[in-house]
Write a protein that binds this ligand. Structure first.
Ligand SMILES: [Zn+2]
Length: 197
């Protein structure tokens, strides 16, 4: 449990991890803080977008869509491995998830319980990265993009002193979600663990 880092610290942490970062508009002040709390933060959540094309993907994650206003995450990781900052603060990415999972993330347990309840506000507790992918199980995940996911999650963990068990997929949080699809969170957590060594 921790207060969220500042927008400047977030930017610094991502760059220090070796990422190419694109700052989009007034990302530091674009958030949903008027709708609810942001923090304490407990982890990082990884998503796929079900979109095609970097520009369209960044646009929709910044603005959102009818019924779900943006920002839809903090950073958008496009297929080329760049991280586009579209918002900072409370963002519409995690939705309601399982309190048992949150407790396991806080404890950095080696395994997570099944996400069978939607009773806990995830937008309050998780940093979110949306990753450009169609999510159909066929759209490839380029090496540069997977490396950027690893680095972005590690950057946040490093700042807060968390380990790889503080990084979950949306599918591990909210009943019915399937993202990210095309790589396993176990494999991504192993990469993050190795990077944090
Ligand atoms: Zn998601």
């Amino acid at each position: 449990m921790a207060p969220p880092m500042s927008a400047s610290a977030f930017l610094r942490a991502l760059k220090a991890e070796g990422l190419t970062v694109v700052e989009v508009g007034d990302w530091r002040d674009h958030n949903r803080n008027h709708k609810g709390p942001w923090g304490p933060v407990n982890g990082v959540m990884i998503h796929h977008t079900v979109t095609k094309g970097s520009k369209a993907t960044v646009d929709i994650c910044r603005k959102g869509y009818s019924g779900l206003p943006g920002p839809l995450c903090h950073g958008v990781i496009t297929k080329d491995g760049r991280v586009h900052l579209v918002g900072y603060g409370r963002a519409n990415h995690a939705g309601l998830g399982d309190d048992d999972v949150l407790r396991a993330v806080i404890a950095e347990k080696k395994t997570f319980p099944p996400d069978n309840e939607a009773n806990t506000d995830g937008n309050r507790h998780f940093y979110g990265f949306e990753c450009e992918n169609l999510g159909d199980g066929k759209d490839p995940w380029p090496a540069a993009q997977l490396e950027a996911i690893e680095k972005a999650a590690a950057a946040v963990c490093r700042y807060h002193g968390w380990n790889e068990q503080s990084v979950i997929g949306h599918l591990e949080w909210q009943p019915g979600k399937v993202d990210p699809r095309g790589f396993t969170m176990a494999s991504m957590r192993k990469r993050i663990r190795d990077r944090l060594k």
